[in-house]
Design a protein around this ligand. Structure first.
Ligand code: HEC
Ligand code: HEC
Length: 315
C-alpha cells in the first residue's frame, strides 16, 4: 500500500513542483515574460557613497540602498537562520548582518528577476519549518527589483543571460556526461549531516535509488532544471537547446550575473547536490557529482564566460 502511495506521488511530482511526499506545494509563478523589457542604457559606473560595506560595483545605488533598508531586514529575519554560513538551508545566500554581501549573493544566484526568482517562488519548505515570503514581503522584493530594473541592474542580469545561450559550446556540454549522473539512495552509510528521518526504502520512492536524472527532468519546466540526455524519446540536442533558456530558469543552473552585470558561474547543480545531502528522506533524491564531472561542468561554464568577455559568442 505504501508502495502504491509513493509511486502515485512520484508520478504526480513529475508534473508538479516536488518529488517529496510531505512538502507543501510550491506556488509556481515562473511562466510569463520577464517584466524587464525595453532597452534602457545601463549606467555601469558605481556612484560613490553607496549603502553597505561590500565593494562590488552596482548599477543602482538607490536599488542597493533600498535593498539594505527594506528588503534585507526581512530576509535576514526570516531566512538567515538557515541560509547563512553553516546553516541547514542550501545554498548559503543571506549574511545575517551584512546587507551588501547579501545583495551580491542574491544577484549571484540569478534571483533578481520579476518572474522566475526562486526567492519569490520558493514556498514553505524544510518540512514545513521554513517559511515562504508573505504577500507583503513579495511586494517589497518586487519594488526593489523594479528599482534595479529602472537603473539597469536587473536589466543587465536579464540581458546578459538572454544573450548568454549563444556562448554555450555544445561539444563541451556533451563532454560533461550528464546522462550518467544518477541518484543515490539514502542509507545508514551516507548520512553525513546526521539528518532525520534519513533512510529511504527503495520500494517506497521512485527515482531515489540509482535513477538517472532524466527520470524526472526530461522536460518538466516546473522543476526548474532540464536533463533529458539518454532519453530515447527526446531529440539528442533538446537538452542543450533548452539549457539556453532563462524562463524556465534552466540556464541559471550554470550561470548567473554579479550586481555589475558580469556573468559568473552559479554552480546550481553542485548547490542542489549539497542541499540533497542535508535534506531528509523522500524530498529531492540525493545525488553526488563526481569531481571529474564537476570539472567538466566548470570547463563548459568557464569557456562560455571567456567567450562572453571576448565578445565572440554566436560565432
Ligand atoms: C528552517 C530552515 C530554513 C529557513 C528558515 C529557510 N530555508 Fe530556504 N532552504 C532550507 C533548506 C533545508 C533548503 C534545501 C532544501 C530545499 O531546497 O528545500 C532550502 C533551500 C532554499 C532555496 C534554494 C533551493 C531552491 O528551491 O531553489 C531557496 C531559494 C530558499 N530556500 C528560499 C528561502 C527563503 C526565501 C526563506 C525565507 C523566507 C528561507 N528559504 C528560509 C531551509 C530553510
Ligand atoms: C524523482 C524525480 C527526480 C529525480 C530522479 C531527480 N530530480 Fe531533480 N528535481 C525534481 C523536482 C520535482 C524538482 C523541483 C523541486 C525541488 O527543487 O526539489 C527538482 C529540482 C532540481 C534542481 C533545482 C532546480 C531549481 O530551480 O533550483 C536541480 C538542479 C535538480 N533537480 C537536479 C537533479 C539531478 C542532477 C538529478 C539526477 C542526479 C535529479 N535532479 C534527479 C525531481 C527529481
Amino acid at each position: 500500500m505504501r508502495q502504491v502511495h509513493f509511486l502515485a506521488i512520484a508520478l504526480a511530482a513529475a508534473g508538479a513542483a516536488s518529488a517529496c511526499a510531505e512538502d507543501a506545494p510550491e506556488e509556481l509563478t515562473r511562466r510569463g515574460a520577464p517584466g524587464a523589457s525595453g532597452p534602457t542604457s545601463a549606467s555601469v559606473d558605481a556612484p560613490a557613497g553607496e549603502a553597505g560595506s561590500g565593494s562590488a560595483a552596482t548599477n543602482s545605488a538607490s536599488g542597493k540602498a533600498y535593498f539594505a533598508s527594506t528588503v534585507f531586514p526581512l530576509l535576514s529575519a526570516k531566512c538567515a537562520s538557515c541560509h547563512d554560513v553553516g546553516g541547514v538551508g542550501n545554498p548559503t545566500w543571506v549574511m545575517k548582518t551584512d546587507a551588501s554581501k547579501t545583495y551580491e549573493l542574491v544577484y549571484a544566484n540569478g534571483w533578481v528577476m520579476p518572474a522566475g526568482s526562486r526567492i519569490l517562488d520558493k514556498g514553505v519548505h524544510g518540512g514545513g519549518v521554513a517559511p515562504a515570503l508573505s504577500d507583503a514581503d513579495r511586494s517589497v522584493f518586487l519594488a526593489w527589483v523594479a528599482i534595479e530594473t529602472k537603473d539597469g541592474g536587473n536589466l543587465a542580469q536579464v540581458n546578459v543571460l538572454e544573450k548568454f545561450g549563444s556562448c554555450l559550446d555544445p561539444a563541451l556540454f556533451a563532454q560533461i556526461g550528464l546522462e550518467r549522473l544518477v541518484t543515490t539512495r539514502r542509507t545508514n552509510d551516507n548520512n553525513t549531516n546526521a539528518v532525520t528521518p534519513w533512510n529511504e526504502n527503495a520500494n517506497n520512492c521512485t527515482g531515489c535509488n540509482n535513477a538517472p536524472c532524466r527520470t524526472c527532468h526530461s522536460l518538466d519546466d516546473a522543476t526548474g532544471f532540464v536533463l533529458a540526455l539518454g532519453n530515447p524519446n527526446v531529440p539528442a540536442l533538446m537538452t542543450f537547446e533548452e539549457t539556453k533558456k532563462i524562463l524556465p530558469p534552466y540556464l541559471q543552473k550554470y550561470v548567473a550575473t554579479g550586481p555589475d552585470g558580469r556573468p559568473i558561474a552559479s554552480n546550481g547543480l553542485a548547490k542542489k547536490s549539497d542541499a540533497t545531502r542535508r535534506d531528509r528522506a523522500y524530498t529531492h533524491p540525493m545525488f553526488t557529482i563526481p569531481a571529474e564531472v564537476q570539472g567538466r561542468i566548470d570547463a563548459f561554464v568557464n569557456a562560455a564566460i571567456t567567450k562572453y568577455a571576448a565578445g565572440t559568442c554566436g560565432k
